[in-house]
Ligand binder design. Structure first.
Ligand SMILES: [Zn+2]
Ligand SMILES: [Zn+2]
Length: 170
C-alpha cells in the first residue's frame, strides 16, 4: 500500500525526486554530526559527534568547554593557539573537551546506555577519546575527516571496534 502511494507520488513529481535522492542512514547521521559541529566553541576545529543505536540518536556532542565554564570563543583565545601547539598534541591545554567526550559524558549525565552503539563523528577520534570510546562499549565508529593519531588507530583496531571512513556515494 505504502509502495503504491509512493509510486503515485513519484510519478507526479519525477524531477523533485531526481534532484533529492534519499540519504542512507550513514549519510543521515553524518549530516547531523556536521550540524552539531557548528555549535563548537573551539578556535581551531569544529567537531561534532552523534551516538546512535538501532537508528535512534542517544546523545550528541561538539568540542567545547564544560558546562558553566568560559570557553575559548568567549575568552577569544586558546592556550594551545597561544603556545602554537601542533595538531593532536597537548589536548589538556585547551578548555574544551572533545565532541566524543561530550557525547559520552552526556550519556552519563542522563543515564543513557551507549554500550553496543555507533559513534558518528566529523573527525577521527584522538587517543584520549578512543580510550573512552572503547570503555563505553561503542562498537562502530564512522568518521569523515582523517586525524593524525597512530596510537588511536592501533588501539581501536586492537579493541575490534569497526572503524569506518565515511564515504558519501555519488
Ligand atoms: Zn581551546
Ligand atoms: Zn578527542
Amino acid at each position: 500500500m505504502a509502495d503504491k502511494v509512493q509510486a503515485e507520488i513519484l510519478s507526479m513529481f519525477p524531477d523533485e525526486v531526481a534532484v533529492k535522492p534519499r540519504p542512507t542512514w550513514d549519510e543521515y547521521f553524518m549530516e547531523m554530526a556536521e550540524v552539531i559541529a557548528k555549535r563548537s566553541t573551539c578556535l581551531r576545529r569544529q567537531v561534532g559527534a552523534v551516538i546512535v543505536d538501532e537508528k535512534h540518536i542517544l546523545t550528541t556532542g561538539y568540542n567545547g568547554a564544560p558546562r558553566g565554564i568560559e570557553n575559548c570563543l568567549e575568552l577569544g583565545t586558546c592556550l594551545r593557539q597561544e603556545m602554537k601547539v601542533p595538531s593532536s598534541e597537548r589536548h589538556e591545554l585547551c578548555r574544551g573537551s572533545h565532541a566524543e567526550q561530550n557525547a559520552i559524558t552526556q550519556a552519563a549525565y542522563h543515564g543513557v546506555k551507549i554500550k553496543g552503539a555507533t559513534l558518528y563523528c566529523t573527525h577521527m577520534p584522538c587517543i584520549i577519546c578512543s580510550k573512552m570510546i572503547i570503555n563505553a562499549g561503542i562498537k562502530r565508529i564512522v568518521f569523515k575527516n582523517f586525524y593524525p593519531d597512530d596510537l588511536a588507530v592501533q588501539m581501536l583496531n586492537e579493541s575490534k571496534i569497526e572503524l569506518i571512513l565515511f564515504n558519501k556515494k555519488g
